[in-house]
Design a protein. Structure first.
Length: 222
């Protein structure tokens, strides 16, 4: 059975988990503590330490670049999910770069400031150190101080998606494509603690998010 390695609140893990559920693909979610990546390191034969990683039989699949989408393309290909249609090539790449940089870049900060909600006490030191080494000393305090501004910035960056959803049920089409799952994952991370809501003014996005949370491949017309 397919195994998805990662931690629940990771935006990139949420993307793959939702894709697996969408396709009703039997799988097991294997929890990896954020502060201890030794399982991943071993699984990938010392080639990778990030999550998610997918194991399918003897195959171990993980990203090769910041925006490579190796896992999603593997699942799409194997289970014919229709996530990467030829006619949307290029356009989806531009979209997922925006989603994974601009949206994720704000969403994760707003989620991280509440890390005590979801990281076990034994992982606090590792979490804090990892963040401060990457984003500078006091970064979590800074993001806490900037919270209101960041929430407003996120709402503004989500506006193009709200506009796209006025004419269709999903971002690019009448069925969800990879960009939908990608945005769903970034927002799933932002909403993870239950301390935030999607911007009140983005009513289309709210309805889309609800649809995305439960849509199944089998529900779509052939
Ligand atoms: N582009 C990768 C990004 C994966 C990623 O950034 N994972 C984070 C968790 S959300 C991670 O493992 N970070 C650990 C680190 O950088 O040390 C993907 O799409 O999977």
């Amino acid at each position: 059975m397919i195994q998805l390695y990662g931690f629940e609140y990771s935006p990139f893990v949420i993307v793959q988990r939702r894709i697996l559920d969408f396709g009703k693909i039997p799988h097991k979610n294997v929890k990896v503590p954020n502060h201890d990546r030794s399982v991943i390191w071993k699984l990938t034969k010392q080639r990778y330490y990030q999550v998610p990683v997918l194991k399918d039989g003897r195959q171990v699949i993980f990203e090769t670049q910041e925006d490579s989408q190796v896992i999603a393309k593997y699942l799409d290909n194997k289970f014919e999910l229709g996530l990467f249609p030829k006619e949307l090539r290029g356009l989806q790449t531009i979209l997922w770069r925006y989603i994974e940089n601009d949206i994720e870049g704000i969403g994760f900060k707003l989620n991280d400031i509440y890390y005590r909600d979801f990281v076990p006490v034994s992982g606090h030191l590792g979490f804090l150190r990892h963040k401060e080494r990457k984003f500078g000393r006091g970064c979590l305090d800074l993001w806490r101080a900037q919270q209101k501004l960041l929430v407003a910035e996120l709402a503004a960056k989500l506006s193009p998606f709200e506009q796209m959803l006025f004419d269709r049920p999903y971002l690019l089409d009448n069925r969800p494509r990879f960009a939908d799952f990608d945005l769903f994952g970034m927002l799933g991370n932002y909403l993870y603690t239950g301390r935030y809501r999607l911007p009140a003014e983005h009513t289309q996005l709210q309805a889309w998010y609800k649809r995305m949370a439960k849509i199944k491949l089998a529900d779509l017309p052939k």
